[in-house]
Design a protein around this ligand. Structure first.
Ligand SMILES: Cc1ncc(COP(=O)(O)O)c(C=O)c1O
Length: 431
């Protein structure tokens, strides 16, 4: 069978591929320290689990936009939690925010400005629909954030028509860097976005996993007319496998809504009905659900800060995390030594660590970084989420004060992985 040449070039998503590799190795009995895949490990909240069971007989196709009851609940949730006003009419529910981002990119005209490093799928989604991508390389000196001067420089360099629409994908807190934007940093971008006719897809899937919860601001607060928010419960409620995501449109954008709904209706019809009913429970902004999200977030913060502090101990260059469960360190200052070991790209570095030390990571090149930049994405979720959450529920105040014993006992893989990374890095100093 012959394959379309452009599709032949595609490979399965790097994050899913590394996970399969690790599962295969583990099935063969190999001990692997998995810093490659970012799936939040906590158990499904009991109320959500029960609701899903109770709605197993909801077997009918749902409306393409999602059930009204769910959209009302999401509208209420965004008001209560983020103080953002979105009516149910402005909300679309579909199969994961990944598909919603793809459909928004497909529906909206104009080239895509993509700050890098950025999540693996954006560039491949753009490739699938032949959308021109303009990469905007950020740097660790500016915490891998898009600054007004970087944005202006890339607009000038590419000489894009000022009046023609452009798209920008902003993801904060960011996968892979763990960085996020302050209120001021978002506000500073707005005049440039307005002036240059830029529509922003704000991927806020990690918004509730902000280490200082109060600090999360949405670009939609300052640029409501030009921001499309995407999000969901895959990360903060550990429900990635439920495959449900949300998209919030600015007011008076019926054309965009109609276009996205047309695409969804031709491909998926709708998100699964029982899952939508369970989502009504998951999107209840009551104390119990919010408390569950906050506890999971505090654990992510403890684990990610632990790995960060261990990297610092070994003087591995890394920007301190602000949210999510990822870190993006680099070994660029060890380039010369690594070259002697024939490690000249981030891919080779990741391969070396997996083959020699059984640590799975993802190379920075998968996130749009130059191949020779020796950066890796580490995720910090290789532990048993049920045990960890149980223990944290029992002893949270002690653990918050002194998390070391908790980490040593309940997340030993993280501790060993840090030991190995540090030993590897120190060994480079003596070469
Ligand atoms: C930055 C980012 N955006 C979007 C997604 C997609 O999430 P979902 O499709 O589960 O809503 C992910 C998940 O891996 C992600 O890391």
């Amino acid at each position: 069978m012959e394959i379309v040449p452009a599709i032949r070039k595609l490979r399965p998503s790097a994050t899913l591929a590394i996970n399969e590799l690790v599962v295969n190795k583990r099935n063969k009995g190999e001990k692997i320290f998995h810093m490659g895949f970012g799936e939040s490990p906590f158990p499904v909240h009991e109320r959500v689990r029960r609701s899903l069971c109770n709605h197993a007989d909801k077997k009918y196709y749902a409306p393409t936009q999602g059930y009204l009851a769910l959209r009302k609940q999401i509208s209420f949730f965004y008001k209560e939690v983020f103080n953002l006003d979105y009516s149910p009419k402005q909300i679309i529910v579909a199969l994961g925010s990944k598909s919603l981002i793809f459909h928004a990119l497909s529906a909206l005209d104009g080239p895509l400005l993509l700050p890098t490093p950025s999540w693996v799928s954006y560039q491949h989604q753009a490739y699938l629909i032949h959308k021109k991508v303009i990469y905007v390389q950020t740097s660790p000196q500016s915490s891998y954030l898009l600054t007004p001067s970087l944005l202006l420089a890339s607009l000038e360099k590419t000489r894009l028509d000022l009046s023609r629409q452009k798209l920008l994908l902003l993801n904060y807190p960011c996968n892979p860097t763990g960085q996020s934007y302050s209120k001021k940093q978002l506000q500073d971008l707005v005049p440039i976005l307005r002036k240059n006719n830029i529509v922003v897809i704000a991927d806020e899937i990690y918004s509730l996993i902000s280490y200082n919860n109060q600090e999360h601001h949405s670009l939609a607060e300052f640029y409501p007319e030009g921001t499309i928010i995407t999000g969901g419960f895959s990360k903060d409620r550990s429900l990635g496998g439920y495959r449900l995501g949300v998209l919030l449109l600015p007011k008076r954008n019926d054309d965009v809504k109609r276009s996205i709904l047309s695409i969804i209706s031709e491909i998926w019809s709708s998100a699964s009905s029982p899952i939508q009913y369970a989502a009504i429970e998951a999107y209840s902004p009551d104390k119990e659900i919010i408390d569950y999200i906050e506890r999971c977030t505090r654990i992510h913060k403890i684990m990610t800060n632990y790995v960060y502090s261990r990297l610092q101990e070994a003087r591995i260059s890394c920007v301190s995390p602000k949210g999510g469960f990822y870190l993006f360190p680099d070994w660029n200052d060890k380039k010369d030594v690594l070259r002697k070991m024939k490690i000249t790209t981030s891919k080779k570095l990741a391969k070396y660590l997996l083959e020699s030390y059984n640590i799975a990571t993802l190379p920075g090149s998968e996130f749009g970084m130059p191949k020779k930049n020796l950066c890796l994405r580490l995720s910090t979720v290789d532990y048993d989420g049920s045990r960890v959450l149980d223990e944290y529920n029992k002893n949270s105040s002690d653990i918050d004060k002194n998390p070391s014993d908790f980490i040593y006992e309940y997340a030993p893989n993280l501790v060993i992985a840090c030991n190995i990374l540090n030993d590897f890095t120190s060994s480079l100093n003596s070469l």
